[in-house]
Design a protein. Structure first.
Length: 156
């Protein structure tokens, strides 16, 4: 597990650091020929869970990066609620993952690229728990490029 001493967990430096960790997970997904989306969950400046898309490998449409990370974080903490945790994910969560975040009551979601087609905010922003803070656009260009490049290569 990674522990970094930031004065404030939700400072710009901390957000960029942990988003880079999520990007590392997205690169793992890309190596598996999965859509390159990665996620990490942080508790007290420590990465406690990691996840990347595994839908193709597991033949499971629910095996999104966030879902993998939620399960891992809950196992680490020993409970299903993640109120004091932050989810960092390279792409805006879909409706399914946003709904799961509601049930975990995750304290904060930080995402990189917006998903205009499948992101939760295109459908209904109230899918997210009302106490969950949202920060968007962290390393947006890097996160967006990962996905755009992946699909451009698929079309060749």
């Amino acid at each position: 597990m990674t522990y970094i001493n930031f004065e404030e967990e939700n400072s710009t430096g901390a957000d960029e650091y942990f988003m880079r960790e999520a990007i590392k997970e997205a690169l793992k997904a890309r190596e598996l020929d999965e859509v390159p989306i990665g996620a990490v969950i942080v508790f007290k400046n420590k990465v406690i869970a990691r996840g990347h898309n595994l839908s193709e490998k597991l033949n499971d449409v629910t095996a999104h990066a966030e879902m993998q990370a939620f399960t891992s974080a809950s196992n680490y903490i020993g409970g299903k609620y993640l109120q004091q945790c932050t989810l960092y994910v390279t792409l805006e969560p879909c409706v399914m993952c946003a709904g799961a975040s509601f049930w975990t009551q995750v304290g904060r979601i930080v995402y990189g690229a917006k998903d205009d087609k499948r992101g939760y905010s295109a459908y209904n922003s109230s899918i997210i728990h009302p106490r969950t803070e949202i920060t968007s656009g962290v390393l947006e260009k890097d996160c967006s490029a990962l996905i755009k490049d992946f699909f451009q290569q698929k079309r060749r």
